[in-house]
Design a protein around this ligand. Sequence first.
Ligand code: Z5A
Length: 212
Amino acid sequence: SGGKSESRGALIVLEGLDRSGKTSQSSKLLTYLEGLGHSAELWRFPDRSTNVGQMISMYLSNKSQLDDHTIHLLFSANRWEKRSLMETKLKTGTTLIVDRYSYSGVAFSSAKGLALEWCKAPEIGLLSPDLVLYLDIQPEKAAERGGYGGERYEQLEFQKKVAKCYQVLHDASWKIIDACQPIEDIEKQLQEIVLDCVMTCQKGKPLSNLWS
Ligand code: Z5A
């Protein structure tokens, strides 16, 4: 046992408010894993490169208007269209570092007032992350970082609601990281947790589906 063909990659998700540092830390993690000789890729949701992703991008940049339920289902569809590729990559030994996933989907839509269970339903059956790194930052602190751009959700009052919605989604796969530490300190902390997760997956931890 332990042969190369049997070991799978890890599904590692970064979550957090806008400006919490997800993008910076994801790319550092990729460099770190590749440096150790692991096969790894950086993914992000929404994936704006697909047709569905382009509809989402138009919505986020306020170039189109969509009903709250409709955009929620598009975000979910954008994950579903990548599910089989995701499974193939993981099963052939590639670790995926994913910048936002189903938790963003549920947190942002439920922050608008949609029912939590309704928001979770279309995510059922997507692959369950082996690890969720939640970059924890107060919305006021996040807003101070370079200011928000012009995208739809980049407003302090809304981000406060999103922060509350994230809180009910925590489970055993989550690690809460203080995102107000210096970038290098967060980086070191994440490296340790991620390496541990990659090793556990290599040893044969089975893949599972949301939400279980
Ligand atoms: N959304 C949704 O509604 N439903 C869904 O299913 C999904 C998403 C998947 C698009 O996301 C929007 O879609 C998003 C959620 C919603 N809306 N909001 N808000 P996106 O991924 O395209 O955009 P974003 O998540 O808002 O990314 P971001 O602005 O790039 O933030 P970030 O990746 O977390 O942070 P960063 O770019 O790494 O860092 C931000 C700045 O802070 C930058 O200047 C850094 O240099 C600085 N920084 C980073 N770390 C630190 C530390 N530790 N100290 C000081 N300064 C720092």
